[in-house]
Design a binder for this molecule. Structure first.
Ligand code: HEM
Length: 414
């Protein structure tokens, strides 16, 4: 099944280990990725693992798009979309525990579930939510101002995304801290400061399941005017989520919608600190293009994977059936063939066709409008009410080869 190893081009950069979280400890390896894009944009990363033997690295924006838009060739279900990079056994565990996530499904199963959950993300739902989010953003900033100084990530960046999901789904206020802790434990297991162990991550996942299950059963028995009830009730086509499907969807939302947007906001603030003229420009003109530039700059999700269901030639490289293909969004968003002067943070950038939300296709981020609204709202409120916000110490970053995260960003608020 697998081609002779020598056929496949190797990484053009010495010692670039994309599996090692330390490679990303201070942010993605920008210069190494640049050399990869120039010298060998699609290459094979061999692994000492009898089961898979390695994976293809995809570094250019157009190639990320080409793969994302062909689910019939590049499957999310075969080995899941979440690339553990670890052993075959770890991967089996991951697939077994996350197989019900829509992220790890292919059409038509994926399309059916996506149709149902889309009910929670209609323009009307998001518009109504935005009104609430403006109030919440002001409350968050009120609290920060009272403190005078603190950690921007904890005080501001983490708060809005979490509360937005809780508002969207209808999580009772008293349970929100629990959700914050669970999502931290789920994601942080490569970072010794945040957790924990894989076991602790799995335990957090289990606790979330139990919680969501109880909530689903409650709403099933007594529907309310909220999204949970809407998803659990059949529409005119008879489509709905079972409580089991709801549990996994809930888990996906809490992870997909939380850490990502939190890091987009934190990276955005840091980018403004590093580019004071852009902060001045933002405060004065509030260009609509700022939101997507912040999100491109942040690219919170470093990569997702697909598995080839048939042989395919991608940018001149022969991919064989069964091989894994890893889409490095964090490289693609700095691809100078697709984005002009990608190393410049420019909030007026037009035609910003970045792939931070994925390269299109059926899995394109479900929360894209919500994420954009959150980033727009929080930076508007910060610019209005904390115009002199300034860093007091350097940011500390997450040690992870999957999420480009900022753990802490000490600031004074006024
Ligand atoms: C800046 C913030 C965000 C970023 C960078 C981001 C990024 C992504 C990416 C890269 C994907 C995978 C796309 C693919 O495989 O082609 C994805 C999928 C997804 N995102 Fe987001 N996301 C963000 C915010 C959100 C929010 C706020 C929510 C919900 C509250 C959300 C919910 C989802 C869901 C449910 C999926 C799976 C969709 C599917 O499999 O059909 N995301 N996101």
């Amino acid at each position: 099944m697998t081609a002779p190893a020598d056929d496949r081009p190797r990484c053009p950069v010495d010692h670039l280990d994309l599996l090692d979280p330390d490679t990303f400890a201070d942010g993605p390896p920008r210069e190494a990725f640049r050399q990869v894009r120039e010298a060998q944009p699609v290459y094979w990363f061999p692994q000492q693992d009898a089961h898979h033997g390695g994976f293809w690295v995809v570094s250019l924006l157009e190639d990320v798009r080409e793969v994302s838009r062909q689910p019939e060739v590049f499957s999310s279900a075969e080995r899941g979309a979440i690339f553990t990079g670890k052993s075959a056994l770890d991967e089996e565990v991951m697939i077994a525990s996350t197989g019900l996530l829509m992220l790890n499904m292919d059409p038509p199963q994926h399309s059916a579930q996506r149709r149902v959950v889309q009910r929670a993300f209609t323009p009307r739902v998001i518009r109504d939510l935005e009104v609430r989010l403006v109030d919440i953003a002001h409350e968050i900033v009120d609290r920060a101002l009272e403190k005078g100084s603190g950690d921007f990530v904890r005080d501001i960046a983490a708060e809005l995304p979490l509360l937005a999901i809780c508002e969207l789904i209808g999580i009772p206020a008293e349970d929100r801290q629990k959700i914050f802790d669970w999502t931290n434990r789920l994601i942080g297991f490569d970072d010794p400061e945040l957790s924990s162990s894989q076991e602790d991550g799995e335990l957090a996942m289990l606790e979330m399941y139990v919680y969501a299950n109880e909530l689903a059963l409650l709403r099933q028995a007594e529907p309310q005017d909220d999204i949970i009830s809407l998803l659990l009730q059949a529409d005119f086509d008879g489509e709905k989520l079972t409580p089991d499907e709801f549990n996994t969807f809930f888990l996906l939302l809490c992870v997909a919608g939380n850490e990502t947007t939190r890091n987009a906001i934190a990276h955005g603030m840091r980018a403004f600190f590093e580019n004071p003229s852009q902060w001045e420009l933002f405060k004065q003109t509030r260009p609509a293009t700022a939101v997507d530039e912040i999100i491109r700059w942040a690219t919170p999700v470093i990569e997702f994977q697909r598995t080839a269901l048939s042989d395919y030639v991608l940018n001149g490289q022969q991919i064989r059936k069964g091989e894994r293909v890893v889409l490095y969004y964090s490289s693609a968003n700095h691809d100078s063939m697709a984005i002009s002067d990608p190393e410049v943070f420019d909030i007026t950038r037009a035609d910003n066709e970045h792939v931070a939300f994925g390269g299109g296709g059926p899995h394109y981020c479900l929360g894209v409008q919500l994420a954009r609204a959150e980033v727009r709202i929080i930076f508007d409120v910060i610019a209005d009410r904390l115009p002199n916000i300034a860093p007091t110490a350097p940011a500390s970053t997450l040690r992870s080869a999957f999420l480009d995260g900022i753990k802490a960003l000490p600031v004074r608020y006024a």
